[in-house]
Ligand binder design. Structure first.
Ligand code: HEC
Length: 340
C-alpha cells in the first residue's frame, strides 16, 4: 500500500506533468486564486498547483500525493476524489464527516478537527503522522478549503521536511488563506519552534469521526473571546493596557467563527430553528464588530466609535436574549399554557 510518503523529496514539475498527462488532474485554473499577489505566486513551492475537482472548491494539489480543498458533500465530489486516485480523506473541519458516502467510493476518512486560531502541537503531530502513515494521495479539507485545510496541508509538508516555513507561508497566500487568521499563519511561522512540543505529544489512533465538540465547548470559547472584547471596549476599542498583544479585530473574528461553527453543530440542527438563526445573527454582528475594529484601528473617528458602541451593545444583548430563550428554561418546549 502506498503511503502519502512526505519523507521522500517532493515531486518536481516533471512528475506533476506526468500526472497531468495521465488525465488525473485538470490543468491549473488559477481563477479562484486571483487575489494572490504576484510576489506570493512567485515564491509558491514547486508542485503547488490549483486543480479542478468537480464538486469541491478551492482545490489545489501539492505534488502528486496531497490535495487541499473544500468539504466534499456530494457523490460527484467523492467520485472526483476517487478518480484523482485519492485514498484517504482527512477532514480538519468540525462537522461530522460523511464516512458512509466516502466508503462507497473506496475512500477512508480520518478526522482531525482544529479551529481558526491555529493548530495546537498535539494536533500538528497527528497531522505529521497522517502524512507519514496513511495511504495516499490524501485529500485534506475543511469547510471552504480556504483557511484551515491549507494550513493543515502546510503543516504536513513542513513535518515531512519538504518545505521551509517561508515556502509554507507562500502556499497559504496562494491558497487565499486570510492573513486575518493570525493563529493559522503563526502555526506555520513558528513550526520549527514547536518541534519539542510535537515530539512530546502522544500518538493517538486515527478515527473517522472525532467526538463532536458540543455547544457547551463552543460557548466556553465564545465566553473567553467576549471577556477579551469587553476589555477591548473598556480600553476605548483598543488593546487593553495590560495585554498589548491582543488584536481587537482578531478577537471579534474568532468570536464570529465560534458562532459560525456552533451554528453548524449537529446538536443545533436538532434544536429549534430559532437557535441557529440567532447564532447566525450573532456571527453577522461579530463580523460587523471585526470590520469596525479594523477601520477604527486605521482611523479612530468618533463615527466609527459610535457604531462600535452600538454593535457591542447588540452583541451583549444577543447573549442574554438567546440564553433566556434557549438555555435558561426547560428544553421541553413551550409550557402547557402555550406561551413561547
Ligand atoms: C444564539 C444563542 C446564543 C448566543 C448568541 C449566546 N449563547 Fe451562550 N449558550 C447558548 C446555549 C443554548 C447554551 C447552553 C448550552 C448547553 O448547555 O447545551 C449556552 C451556554 C453558555 C455558557 C455556559 C457554558 C457551560 O460551561 O455550560 C456560557 C458561559 C455562555 N453561553 C456564554 C455566552 C456569551 C458570553 C455570549 C455572548 C457573547 C453567548 N453565550 C451567546 C446559546 C447562546
Amino acid at each position: 500500500m502506498r503511503t502519502a510518503g512526505f519523507s521522500v523529496p517532493f515531486p518536481t514539475g516533471r512528475h506533476l506533468a506526468i500526472v497531468l498527462g495521465m488525465g488525473l488532474l485538470s490543468p491549473p485554473i488559477g481563477s479562484s486564486h486571483a487575489a494572490t499577489s504576484p510576489a506570493a505566486q512567485r515564491a509558491v513551492p514547486p508542485g503547488v498547483v490549483a486543480t479542478n475537482l468537480p464538486g469541491v472548491h478551492n482545490a489545489f494539489c501539492i505534488g502528486t500525493n496531497l490535495f487541499s480543498g473544500s468539504s466534499p458533500a456530494t457523490d460527484e465530489a467523492f467520485a472526483a476524489l476517487a478518480r484523482a486516485g485519492v485514498k484517504t480523506v482527512l477532514s480538519v473541519d468540525g462537522a461530522r464527516p460523511d464516512v458512509e458516502r466516502a466508503r462507497r467510493y473506496g475512500l477512508r476518512y480520518v478526522h482531525l478537527p482544529h479551529g481558526y486560531d491555529g493548530i495546537d502541537p498535539a494536533t500538528q503531530a497527528q497531522l505529521a503522522r497522517a502524512g507519514q502513515e496513511l495511504p495516499g494521495p490524501i485529500y485534506v479539507h475543511c469547510h471552504h478549503g480556504l483557511h484551515r485545510s491549507p494550513t493543515a496541508a502546510a503543516v504536513m509538508c513542513l513535518a515531512g521536511g519538504n518545505w521551509t516555513p517561508e515556502q509554507a507561508l507562500s502556499s497559504l497566500a496562494f491558497a487565499g488563506t486570510s492573513t486575518n487568521y493570525v493563529g493559522l499563519y503563526q502555526t506555520v511561522r513558528e513550526f520549527p519552534a514547536t518541534q519539542a512540543a510535537r515530539a512530546a505529544a502522544p500518538a493517538t489512533p486515527f478515527v473517522d469521526t472525532a467526538k463532536p465538540s458540543g455547544l457547551v465547548e463552543a460557548m466556553v470559547a465564545v465566553d473567553t473571546r467576549w471577556d477579551l472584547l469587553k476589555a477591548v471596549k473598556a480600553a476605548g476599542f483598543k488593546a487593553p493596557p495590560g495585554s498589548p498583544d491582543v488584536q481587537p479585530a482578531h478577537e471579534a473574528l474568532m468570536l464570529s467563527e465560534h458562532y459560525r461553527e456552533a451554528a453548524r453543530l449537529p446538536e443545533v440542527a436538532s434544536r429549534p430553528a430559532d437557535l441557529r438563526q440567532r447564532l447566525e445573527a450573532a456571527d453577522v454582528a461579530a463580523r460587523d464588530a471585526e470590520r469596525l475594529l479594523r477601520d477604527f484601528a486605521r482611523d479612530p473617528q468618533p463615527g466609527i466609535h459610535a457604531d462600535l458602541e452600538r454593535v457591542f451593545t447588540n452583541l451583549g444583548r444577543q447573549c442574554t436574549e438567546c440564553h433566556q430563550r434557549h438555555r435558561d428554561k426547560s428544553s421541553a418546549g413551550p409550557s402547557p399554557g402555550g406561551r413561547p
